[in-house]
Ligand binder design. Structure first.
Ligand code: DX5
Ligand code: ZN
Length: 223
């Protein structure tokens, strides 16, 4: 089996039964936790208290995705809650490099996220410091949207840059990941896959995680 990382998003889980929902994805590599602030995106999810509690009860490490304004100020505060990684949007940050460093100094790995329409070029220097690069494959703000195939050249460009620079951050995609689109993103260089509705939206999350992992069979990916 090809070695990939699967990060189910609890945005599509039942918030009122969060602890039980987390135990349904114990076979995942991490849980993706979407923090939305009603400003950077329209939706509102939860803040640091909830993230801290998820850290305490989750069987797998946390991959926190901040869709918030002013990450320069807030992201480091998430870095000290025990999450494995904290990722913020470059579009919202004033000083991307300083925010990466601040998250890391609080004990978490630091990720940078780009929206579908955001070019990579201004941020390539930051690829040298980040532990994770998140290429959004939908507009941030909601689960259940369709995968944006137009983002694939940018994903491939990110992979190419990392390879030629000898860098090894995780290269994550988020949005519209299914058994059909995961192999497409993988072929364009992604190694870490967020999936919300395709894990929690039907059937059993553990089965859906297995199906997503199995979507990368050699037959499916033959030229
Ligand atoms: C969207 C969030 C995603 C969301 C993905 O803004 O960042 O993590 O949960 O949901 P699906 O997998 O349903 O597209
Ligand atoms: Zn997300």
């Amino acid at each position: 089996m090809v070695d990939i990382r699967l990060h189910p998003s609890v945005l599509s889980a039942d918030f009122v039964n969060m602890e039980a929902e987390l135990h349904r994805i114990a076979s995942a590599d991490a849980v993706h936790v979407d923090v939305m602030d009603n400003h950077f995106v329209e939706a509102l999810t939860f803040g640091p208290q909830m993230v801290k509690r998820i850290v305490e009860v989750s069987p797998v490490p946390l991959d926190v995705h901040l869709m918030i304004e002013n990450p320069d100020y807030f992201a480091p505060r998430y870095g000290e809650l025990g999450a494995q990684s904290v990722t913020f949007h470059v579009e919202a940050a004033s000083d991307v490099a300083a925010t990466i460093k601040a998250i890391q100094s609080h004990g978490a790995k630091a990720g940078i996220a780009v929206k579908p329409g955001t070019p990579l070029e201004p941020y390539l220097d930051n690829f040298h410091e980040a532990d994770l690069v998140l290429i959004m494959t939908v507009e941030p703000g909601a689960g259940g949207q369709a995968f944006l195939h137009d983002v694939m050249p940018k994903l491939q460009a990110a992979r190419n840059y990392l390879e030629q620079a000898g860098l090894t951050p995780l290269l994550e995609v988020d949005g519209g990941i299914t058994v059909d689109t995961l192999p497409i993103a993988w072929r364009h260089g992604a190694d870490t896959f967020v999936a919300g509705s395709s894990v929690f939206g039907h059937g059993q999350p553990e089965d859906n995680i297995e199906a997503l992992r199995n979507s990368l069979t050699p037959e499916r990916n033959a030229p």
